[in-house]
Ligand binder design. Structure first.
Ligand code: APR
Length: 234
């Protein structure tokens, strides 16, 4: 059995990482145009670096929760039976990896990776982004940015994502508001291909009506229960 799982900020909410559009979400405190667009970085790179340095500090102390752990168990159980869990996350945190998931597709990039704005080289980095950082690849300073896909930029791994979606037997969306495309369009693509769809979220998402099955509640409770049911049925 092949399962395509799409996760969003809601899967990491109980690990203490903020979501974006909930009542006290990140985008209620910062204007995304200032800190999550190439134009914002060009206008005020120091503000953008400070924003992501604060999120790196927050991530440093975060631990995966039962939802992340359940998805790691699902990956193992499916692989043991010749199947696959294609775990595609919109999140830039590393909590799926910390929970033991072996293959995580970060379509919006990774917070703990720095990219050189001049030459696009990337390197693992949990330290502070600074204008003084000299890129080891091109030798230029002033270009350090997070390896995070900003609004107006192209999400990563889209070919692999479309291939995985086409071979899935089940599409499950976990902890996402269904507000940002192309991720928010995956469920409609799955449905058009006759693939069963399931939403696991705190509350109905913007495209809840598209899903065959829906379960609502905190991810740390809903996801393990759903995973145990899937594994029992394998
Ligand atoms: N358990 C399950 N779901 C939860 C929980 C929880 N404990 N807490 C919140 N949620 C749900 C909310 O109900 C909401 O539907 O998680 C969803 C979070 O939605 P958003 O804040 O919009 O986050 P997300 O969908 O991941 O945003 C997508 O937008 O800002 C960009 O690139 C950014 O990847 C992000 C993308």
């Amino acid at each position: 059995m092949n399962i395509f799982a799409l996760t969003g900020a809601g899967v990491s909410a109980e690990s203490g990482l903020g979501t974006f559009r909930d009542k006290d979400g990140v985008w209620t405190k910062y204007d995304l145009n200032d800190v999550a667009t190439p134009e914002g970085f060009a206008r005020n790179p120091a503000l953008v670096r400070d924003f992501y340095n604060a999120r790196r500090a927050n991530l440093a102390g975060a631990q995966p929760n039962a939802a992340h752990a359940a998805l790691a168990r699902l990956e193992t159980a499916l692989a043991a039976r010749g199947g696959e869990l294609f775990l595609c996350t919109q999140n830039v945190d590393d909590l799926h990896e910390k929970a033991g998931s072996g293959r995580v597709i970060h379509m919006h990039g990774e917070l703990a990776v720095t990219r050189c704005h001049h030459c696009a080289a990337t390197w693992p980095d949990t330290g502070s982004l600074s204008a003084d950082t000299v890129c080891a690849a091109c030798g230029r300073a002033g270009g350090a940015r997070p390896h995070v896909v900003w609004f107006g930029e192209i999400p990563l791994f889209m070919d692999a994502i479309e291939d995985a979606l086409a071979r899935a037997d089940l599409f499950v969306s976990i902890g996402t508001s269904g507000s940002v495309y192309p991720a928010a369009g995956f469920v409609a693509e799955a449905r058009a291909m006759g693939i069963a769809t399931c939403e696991l979220n705190l509350e109905p998402s913007a495209n809840a009506y598209v899903f065959d099955e829906k379960r609502y509640g905190a991810a740390s409770a809903v996801v393990p229960a759903w995973v145990e049911g899937v594994i029992a049925g394998l």
